[in-house]
Design a binder for this molecule. Structure first.
Ligand code: HEM
Length: 496
């Protein structure tokens, strides 16, 4: 073979390869600028619209208005509040990828979330610099990883058994209240630790209740430091909690006592700068942040799950049948593998959370202009400085993703359908997505499954209250009012 052929062939291939890369870059640049030229501002709903929508806003809240605007204007639209402030809504997986995934330098959490600073404390999350808050949240993520949660199932089951052992043979209860109570006991045991659970549960849960009730009102979102009585109650509760956790952490450190809970994992971690552990203030703040993000949401989700299941005979019967089968196979024992076998129950919970998402809106601040493309092929430019919001409630009911989206149908998530997966990333956003995706999703499903499998195995229920309305006036909406149910004790195994 001619010895010059090989080098010549190699250089020809290299030239062709380089030319292709250059053409691709130029083509992309042109395509992007063509897109940029074609992009325009999203359609705007302005002052006249807002005045017309006021009665609906006051009587039914924001969601029906967003639903109508989405139907009328499409998946990207702006609400202009009398020209003073513009808020752009992005709805559906086609237009929310950047919203969820963009780096902090392009999209960040809004100033409005700073209402959490007096709740979590100074130097924690939104009050910390970006690198520190990232480390703090990473620690929460690590502590809530699936492999870390295995050991919590047994204490969860114990808390649930002990709590419902207090019910009589039959009776009438506010199920929403009962679920909130048992979830708080689980949180005390698994997150806050033995000391709180065994010695100061009532005190700590009353303080947390006061902190969240007084610190997350609509007025607080706008003016978190307004000197009003509820803010004073918030600050007093936070100060008392700070003292309690300071003592607990100090005594853990001094005694060298080791427990298996999230508090211990946080104390032990040396994830902060220069390998230091979190200080007492940070530990208290992170625990409060987890409870703030996880308690009300889990309590709403498990209540909605009850309301949906108890009002759909067919799915209730199938969920009970699944429990009978599992009891037949494993007896009463519950562990992670058995919980994973509860596919039907998992779908029933997921569907309740799709229809009644405890976080209806996710909000961000735009730091760098970006362009979105809708399903219909329109390009819209979202400018720097604007507030962007995704409505989880509207996004979770898009008819091109979910068949009959207003009907409770857990099987949509079952084998062969999996409508959320078919719909693509960000088709199901009840737990957010991307950079700030909920780290507590697995934990939330575990505890709701532990509670509901126990209830289905041990009680027969009947809803007494009508199907609940949504709390439309809350930032984290749940079912409105009490959820009265009657119950009768039963043993599933005995009835098979
Ligand atoms: C059904 C129950 C739950 C729902 C529906 C839910 C929903 C969400 C959503 C939508 C977000 C994203 C917020 C955003 O992007 O701005 C989020 C974030 C978060 N959730 Fe959950 N959550 C639940 C349970 C929990 C639990 C049990 C915990 C902890 C034990 C938890 C801890 C957190 C934390 C720490 C964040 C902040 C993550 C970050 O900013 O990077 N959540 N959750």
């Amino acid at each position: 073979m001619d010895p010059t052929i090989l080098p010549a062939a190699c250089s020809t291939i290299a030239v062709i390869f380089l030319t292709m890369i250059i053409i691709k870059i130029i083509a992309r640049k042109f395509a992007f600028s063509a897109r940029e030229r074609a992009s325009r501002q999203p359609p705007v709903a302005g002052g006249a619209f807002l005045l017309g929508a006021l009665p609906t806003l006051l009587s039914k809240g924001l969601q029906p208005i967003l639903h109508d605007l989405h139907t009328e204007l499409g998946s990207v639209f702006t609400i202009s509040i009398f020209g003073l402030k513009k808020v752009t809504f992005l709805v559906g997986p086609e237009v929310t990828a950047h919203f969820f995934q963009a780096p902090h330098s392009e999209i960040c959490q809004p100033d409005m979330y700073k209402f959490t600073v007096p709740i979590f404390g100074k130097g924690v999350l939104l009050d910390a610099d970006f690198a520190t808050s990232n480390k703090q949240i990473r620690l929460a993520r690590d502590a809530l990883k699936r492999e870390e949660l295995k050991n919590y199932i047994e204490p969860m089951v114990r808390e649930v058994k002990d709590y419902f052992a207090k019910w009589g043979q039959d009776g009438i209860v506010d199920l929403k209240h009962e679920l909130g109570q048992v979830l708080m006991l689980i949180a005390a045991r698994c997150l806050l630790g033995k000391e709180v659970r065994e010695n100061m549960f009532s005190e700590v849960s009353a303080l947390l209740h006061a902190l969240f009730e007084n610190g997350a009102q609509l007025i607080t979102l706008l003016c978190p430091y307004l000197p009003i009585p509820s803010h004073q109650r918030r600050d007093e509760a936070r100060a008392k909690l700070g003292k309690i956790f300071h003592e607990i952490v100090k005594s853990h450190k001094i005694s060298g006592q080791v427990e298996d809970d999230v508090l211990q994992k946080i104390i032990d971690s040396k994830c902060m700068e220069n390998g230091r552990s979190m200080n007492e203030n940070e530990i208290t703040g992170i625990l409060i942040a987890m409870l703030f993000a996880g308690q009300h949401t889990s309590s709403s989700a498990s209540s909605w799950m009850g309301a949906c299941l108890l009002s759909h005979e067919q799915f209730l019967a199938a969920a009970i049948e699944e429990q009978k089968k599992l009891i037949g196979l494993h007896g009463e024992h519950i562990d992670e593998n058995i919980l994973m076998e509860m596919v039907n129950l998992q779908c029933c919970i997921k569907e309740a959370i799709r229809m009644h998402s405890p976080s209806a809106l996710i909000i961000r601040h735009v730091k760098k202009n970006f362009i979105v493309q809708t399903r219909e092929g329109c390009y819209y430019e979202i400018p720097k400085g604007q507030t962007v919001v995704t409505s989880v409630a509207v996004g979770n009911k898009l008819p091109h993703i979910y068949k009959d989206p207003h009907i409770y149908d857990p099987y949509r998530f079952g084998p062969g359908r999996e409508e959320d997966k078919v719909g693509g990333k960000f088709a199901y956003t009840s737990f957010g997505g991307g950079r700030h995706a909920c780290p507590g999703e697995y934990y939330a499903f575990l505890q709701i499954k532990v509670i509901w499998c126990f209830l289905l195995r041990n009680f027969e229920f009947k809803m007494i209250s009508p199907f609940p309305q949504e709390e439309f006036d809350k930032f984290l909406p749940g079912p409105k009012g009490k959820m009265m149910v009657s119950y009768k004790k039963r043993l599933l195994l005995a009835s098979t």
